[in-house]
Design a protein around this ligand. Sequence first.
Ligand code: NI
Length: 182
Amino acid sequence: MSLRRILTVDNAADMAVLKQISTPVEGGVTDDLRRLMDDMLETMYAAPGIGLAAVQVGEPKQIIVMDLGDREGAEDGDDEGRRNPRYLINPEIVWSSEELASYEEGCLSVPEIYDDVQRPARVKIRYLNYAGEAVEEDASGLFAVCIQHEMDHLKGVLFIDHLSRLKRERAIKKVEKAARAA
Ligand code: NI
């Protein structure tokens, strides 16, 4: 496994990739894709983050990894407990609740920026898992937030695109400034 570089919004070339529409995976889940997903997961853990879309490591394919640490028996702050990896290939939202919920989101491609985004509180999703099996699942709470945030990435949409133009521009300037200082 190897760590991949996470694209960020302060870099124009990265931004052009982040804005791309990811293509569906065809021909099932291959070992090559599983290697990519393993790399994505390690990259996400190292960052650290709770979700990552393939486009964020420069591969505009419909692939998402996440780990919300919600494994049964896991305790808060328990590193071992965070190992509840999810792999979602070609995810689709087949139903969304009318009820909305607001959550303070962040993104590894927009480091150190957090802001409230409102989205449907619950969704029903369909995807292929690591083994290539079709799964249908109900998501609520942080899982629903994360899946919708990551699925936005597959459409070239960042969470800051849900904010006002002023807030979005301010966020990008802050990331640019931090990158220059580093
Ligand atoms: Ni993100």
